[in-house]
Write a protein that binds this ligand. Structure first.
Ligand code: HEM
Length: 463
């Protein structure tokens, strides 16, 4: 921290946080893109919990402590909109809940929140159970197969559940093309977020053409799903609930499409990645896996339901611990629009804020033996003294993930459903490692090769 900041008369007298300088943003992004997680980790190691990356014409302030995240995302939320940090991503997701701001965001959040409250989720859990049971059926057919990458299977599972719960239909026939389109669009957003001179989406580059094709596929499918949903009147799912706002003139048709894209996009890959990591971690930690199996066995063969969630407490802690070690949303960004001070450092208006949630979640100040997989660290007696915001995989404050409870329930139910009958084993030598491509979400590096076994089958047994 700078010397005695309280003696200064105005924030203009304060120093910027320490950090490196780059002649242009290109030099910085070239460095960052190689391995964003390693880059940011080294920044924190070298400069401390708050750093400033200086480059013309802006600077980037990087924070890694829970009270700093709290300052930006909760206490001073009006000073820190998403702003320029998410601007180019609107090419794909429009003004959906993830990207919108101000009055539009407030109105949309108010309209959507009732569908995602715990009390409303009771109606959506059967979709999770159905999706998990269908997944179990697919996996049972793969018992005895050589190791295969589990990540795409998890994507299919999460996409299936998202479509059942959000659109009210089973779309496994379209899941692959939708997933590929979402992937292509994330390649685009990853590229434009780290290339300040990336041409606008209408400019005919190869990547832009690919992104436009992905947009057609995604929104084409969403239009179909909306039309099909309207034909099946009287159902209860998120789309039907939002459609009621369109019918009474409170939401435009265009806005509905953006929101459905947002839910599909924000709500499937994150959970899929979490599940892929969770199964891998359980494979490496037999004691934790056996406890998940004990909880699953207590259901006596019945698929997990809403009423069972309370008894799946250890399974839920496995999900929490997975999200601590491998947060798909490993960081987030904001734009500072009014001069501010954090920890005695000057934060000038126009700064880009980067909040390193993944660093916070492994900070030894808050987490004992932070690299260790230890779901019991979330037992109430071991969490009481921990900083409330040290676990932040769903963000914080007013813009905290609207799907948090949905995702936690979905992942818990999927883990329990599989554990009732099967065991997923990581292939020998496979490493559980997170990697970030572009500056997209954290994904398993090089996939996660696993084999499927019936419960109780010993290693080396014939299938
Ligand atoms: C493990 C799964 C998930 C993780 C780790 C995750 C993470 C996050 C994070 C960190 C944010 C805040 C971003 C920021 O402040 O900049 C967020 C926002 C959001 N998430 Fe999730 N999410 C997950 C699942 C879901 C699901 C299942 C849905 C769909 C229901 C969803 C929909 C959204 C939406 C719409 C927002 C924007 C909320 C707003 O700004 O009001 N997410 N998510």
């Amino acid at each position: 921290m700078p010397s005695d900041p309280s003696s200064r008369t105005s924030s203009a007298d304060l120093e910027l946080p320490p950090g490196p300088s780059y002649p242009t943003p290109f030099h910085y992004f070239r460095e960052l893109r190689k391995d964003p997680l390693a880059y940011y980790r080294s920044l924190v190691e070298e400069y401390g919990a708050i750093a400033c990356v200086k480059m013309w014409p802006r600077r980037q302030i990087v924070t890694s402590l829970p009270h700093q995240h709290r300052h930006v995302l909760i206490d001073q939320i009006d000073r820190y909109p998403k702003g320029i940090t998410f601007a180019r991503r609107k090419d794909i997701g429009g003004e959906g809940l993830f990207f919108s701001e101000g009055e539009l965001w407030k109105r949309q959040r108010r309209s959507m929140m009732p569908s995602f409250r715990k009390s409303a989720l009771v109606e959506l859990v059967p979709h999770m159970t159905d999706g998990a049971v269908a997944f179990l059926g697919r996996m049972e057919k793969r018992v005895g197969e050589p190791a295969f990458n589990i990540a795409p299977e998890m994507a299919k599972l999460a996409m299936d559940i998202a479509c059942r719960a959000f659109f009210g239909c089973d779309i496994l026939d379209r899941a692959q093309s939708l997933h590929e389109a979402l992937w292509a669009s994330s390649q685009y957003t990853g590229h434009v977020s780290t290339n300040p001179l990336a041409p606008p989406i209408w400019f005919p580059t190869k990547l832009n053409r690919q992104a436009r094709r992905a947009l057609q596929t995604m929104y084409g499918a969403i239009d179909e799903l909306i039309a099909e949903n309207r034909e099946r009147a009287g159902e209860d799912n998120v789309l039907a609930r939002l459609n009621a706002f369109v019918e009474d003139g409170q939401m435009s048709e265009r806005q509905l499409r953006y929101e459905m894209w947002t839910l599909l996009n924000a709500g499937h890959e994150t959970t899929a990645t979490t599940l892929a990591f969770a199964f891998s971690l359980l494979s490496e930690n037999p004691t934790a896996r056996e406890r998940v199996e004990e909880e699953a066995d207590a259901l006596h063969g019945r698929p997990p339901s809403y009423a069972d969630l309370e008894s799946l407490a250890h399974t839920n802690r496995v999900v929490r611990e997975t999200l601590r070690l491998f947060p798909p949303a490993w960081g987030t960004g904001r734009e500072c629009i009014e001069d501010d001070v954090i920890d005695g450092y000057r934060i000038p208006a126009g700064s880009i804020m980067t909040l390193l949630l993944f660093v916070t979640q492994k900070d030894p100040e808050f987490w004992e033996d932070p690299e260790r997989f230890d779901p019991d660290r979330f037992l109430p007696e071991r969490s009481a003294d921990r900083h409330e915001e040290a676990w932040c995989p769903f963000g914080l404050g007013g813009r905290r993930c609207i799907g948090e409870d949905f995702a936690m329930m979905e992942a818990t139910i999927a883990l329990a459903a599989v554990a009732q009958r099967l065991e997923l084993r990581l292939a020998p030598g496979a490493k559980v490692e997170g990697q970030v491509y572009g500056i997209g979400p954290m994904r398993p590096a090089a996939g996660l090769p696993m084999t499927v076994h019936r419960r109780g089958e010993r290693a080396g047994d014939a299938p």
